[in-house]
Design a protein around this ligand. Structure first.
Ligand code: AMP
Length: 206
């Protein structure tokens, strides 16, 4: 089963994907991670877009994600997180005959998005994500050692939300028309959101 995780930045796509990986053992393919890896290469063309909070050009991301999805580990299914983010990208999947069986659309209020993104920090050693605004740090985690993603700064957050509204949200309608959309309230704490996703998926698979 091919699953797309959809929603605005900070909706919890990565966290819900981690749950789905445990449930299905499919690979988790996060477009943002692919772009961050690309951005580490010398003379890359993607870092400037990312740092401004803009989408990288469709052709670039389609090539990167397309070749990842053609790897053998994706044959049984995948959890695709952060792609498609434009209608052009959604059409690309269709053209490449990569079916999308379910789109989990996490709906989150704008205030909560800003709160979550501005508090988001990563442990550079483990890659674990924490949130200073919405959770207590577990014992042993040193707040001072956590780092903030450069695009989680307030002015870039605003830009990313604007980009989501303009370029990405039309994709919801695209998948609604194809009857694969599952809307999930992404506002509650993670455990509750995961519960709703599990329930909705069960209904679909019955
Ligand atoms: P994310 O970690 O999903 O928030 O993505 C980080 C950044 O990577 C985005 O702000 C974009 O600059 C870029 N990016 C990720 N996914 C896409 C996509 N599907 N299309 C274009 N740019 C993307």
């Amino acid at each position: 089963m091919n699953i797309v995780m959809f929603g605005p930045p900070g909706a919890g796509k990565g966290s819900v994907s981690a749950f789905l990986v445990g449930e299905f053992s499919y690979p988790h393919i996060a477009a943002g991670d692919i772009i961050r890896e690309e951005a580490r290469k010398p003379q890359n063309k993607v870092r400037a877009y990312m740092e401004k909070g803009e989408l990288v050009p469709d052709t670039v991301i389609m090539q990167l994600v397309g070749s990842r999805l053609r790897q053998p580990d994706c044959r049984e299914g995948f959890i695709l997180d952060g792609f498609p983010r434009t209608i052009v990208q959604a059409e690309f999947l269709e053209r490449q005959r990569i079916p999308v069986d379910i789109v989990i659309n996490l709906e989150v209020d704008e205030d909560a998005i800003v709160d979550r993104l501005s508090g988001r920090r990563m442990d550079p050693k483990t890659g674990q994500i924490y949130n200073l605004n919405t959770m207590e740090l577990p014992e042993g985690v040193d707040r001072e050692k956590l780092v903030q993603r450069p695009d989680d700064k307030p002015e870039v957050i605003r830009k990313r939300i604007e980009v989501y509204k303009k370029q990405t949200s039309p994709v919801i309608e695209y998948y609604r028309e194809r009857n694969v959309l599952l809307n999930i309230d992404g506002n509650p704490e993670l455990g509750q959101v995961v519960g709703s996703v599990r329930e909705a998926l069960q209904k679909v698979r019955e």
